[in-house]
Design a protein around this ligand. Structure first.
Ligand code: ATP
Ligand code: MG
Length: 458
């Protein structure tokens, strides 16, 4: 693993490290809250079953009933025996398990055990029913009644104390539960925040990585583009330079036999080659400025007719063999544009028309206005442009797949239309193409009118 990979892994671990204590706090607090609430519930259940006061009150009542029965002549032996059993069973209840422990705590267990023993000594089943036994039971009942009352009082007082202490405990437990739940919630919130923060960081890192990749790809693309550019441009420069070179060689080889016609012919070749070189250098310079955002259009109101007319005249001088037609619609037809850039575009369209259409066909340039815009169209009767070429026509370095040489040499860099398109956009205009295979093409430059009110449709 690379050093940077290991560093990133360490960073990721570090960002997730606080999760462990937070999760422990969450689970611990929740566990504590659960344990406390189940203990509370158990405690309340036990408290309900340990109602000592009820047992004592029952014993008190049964003892009263036995005393009454034993002191009344009308009570039957069975009735007295039954009452005896009930009191005995209540005393036995008080002498067993939690009740016995309770009584021992409040110091009454001995008293109750004594009561049981004394009562057992008066068991009618064992001794048989007699007035003496009934009188003994009556005395016993009267004797223990105040003792049971005292026990009941003490139980009540102890119960109140215990209830108060238990309520305090419940309150404290409740507070612990609330605190634990709050802590668990805080830990859960912290965990969520941590996860969200890490997620966001991850997203930002990925975005940054994607941006870097895109920049790298762009860098690679532009490096490849400039490599192509250098190859194409140097190739295109070599052709006119070798034309100039061979023209000069031929003249020097002729020595003193050079005629005026020879000079005229060579001059035409050299001037054509220089024109091509100039156009190439011009395109390259414009391209460099466009790429560096250094090209600022110097806007001024221009007479489109005058500008195109002078370009047509110059082209006609360079190509006297070609038939160039120029028409200009009525009106001032002033555009808002940069004269140098507009000249470059129209010159480019015209040079394409000259290059790609047969020498014996006519080229027509028209200046007119339409929909508040001024247009300059260049129409040729060349081969037209194939449908598959049209989408890429304004791409840099794109050359038609099966372009025909027409009247030109067929050389080109594939930059002319791309640069013209960008220059038109720079001036707020556009370049359109209409073509019909086998019949010709119409390239039109559209620019904003300098005085919209005076621009009329043809
Ligand atoms: P250069 O950079 O020297 O102008 P180029 O003429 O090849 O080179 P563009 O002017 O951009 O480059 O033209 C791109 C392609 O469009 C040409 O290669 C050609 O195939 C096609 N094309 C342009 N104008 C015409 C036209 N009037 N008729 C037919 N095809 C054309
Ligand atoms: Mg061209």
């Amino acid at each position: 693993m690379s050093g940077q990979g290991a560093r990133e892994l360490r960073k990721t671990w570090a960002s997730y490290a606080p999760l462990v204590p937070l999760l422990l706090i969450f689970v611990g607090s929740l566990g504590l809250a659960l344990a406390k609430s189940s203990a509370l519930e158990r405690d309340m259940r036990i408290a309900a079953t340990q109602n000592m006061l009820w047992v004592v009150t029952q014993t008190q009542m049964e003892n009263l009933m036995l005393t009454l029965a034993a002191g009344t002549r009308s009570a039957t032996d069975d009735e007295i025996a039954q009452r005896f059993d009930l009191v005995m069973s209540r005393l036995n209840l008080m002498n067993e398990g939690p009740q016995a422990r309770y009584l021992a705590d409040i110091g009454h267990l001995d008293t109750v055990q004594l009561m049981s023993r004394d009562l057992l000594a008066l068991d009618p089943l064992e001794h048989g029913h007699s007035p003496e036994l009934h009188a003994g039971l009556f005395d016993f009942g009267l004797r223990i009644q105040p003792q049971i009352n005292r026990i009941a009082n003490d139980v009540m007082t102890t119960d109140w104390g215990k209830t108060a202490a238990r309520l305090d405990d419940y309150r404290a437990t409740q507070q612990v539960i609330i605190l634990s739940v709050a802590l668990a919630l805080t830990a859960a919130l912290a965990v969520s925040w941590l996860l969200l923060r890490n997620q966001r960081r991850l997203y930002l890192t990925q975005m940054e990585r994607m941006r870097t990749t895109t920049l790298l790809e762009q860098e690679r693309d532009s490096a490849a583009m400039y490599r192509d550019f250098a190859a194409i441009v140097s190739h295109q420069m070599r052709t006119p330079l070798s034309l100039i070179d061979s023209a000069m060689h031929r003249l020097s080889r002729k020595g003193g036999d050079v005629t005026a016609q020879d000079v005229q012919e060579r001059r035409a070749i050299v001037s054509d080659a220089i024109g091509r070189l100039t156009r190439l250098v011009d395109t390259v310079l414009l391209l460099a400025k466009l790429d560096n955002d250094q090209l600022q259009a110097q806007f001024a109101p221009l007479s489109m007719c005058r500008l195109v007319a002078s370009l047509v005249n110059e082209a006609q001088l360079r190509h006297p063999e070609r038939a160039l037609q120029f028409t200009c619609a009525e009106g001032p037809l002033m555009v808002q544009g940069d004269p140098h850039l507009v000249c470059h575009i129209v010159d480019n369209l015209l040079s394409n028309a000259l290059k790609y259409s047969p020498c014996d066909t006519e080229i027509t340039l028209r200046v007119f206005s339409q929909d508040g815009q001024i247009a300059c169209s260049v129409t040729d009767q060349g081969p037209g442009i194939g449908q598959r070429d049209i989408p890429y026509l304004f791409d840099r370095y794109y050359r038609g797949q099966d372009h025909v040489t027409g009247c030109g040499t067929g050389h080109g860099t594939g930059l002319g239309l791309a640069v013209s398109h960008e220059l038109a956009q720079l001036q707020g205009g556009r370049l359109t193409v209409y073509t019909c295979e086998g019949k010709g093409s119409v390239f039109t430059l559209w620019l904003a009118c300098a005085h919209p009110d005076t621009a009329g449709d043809p």
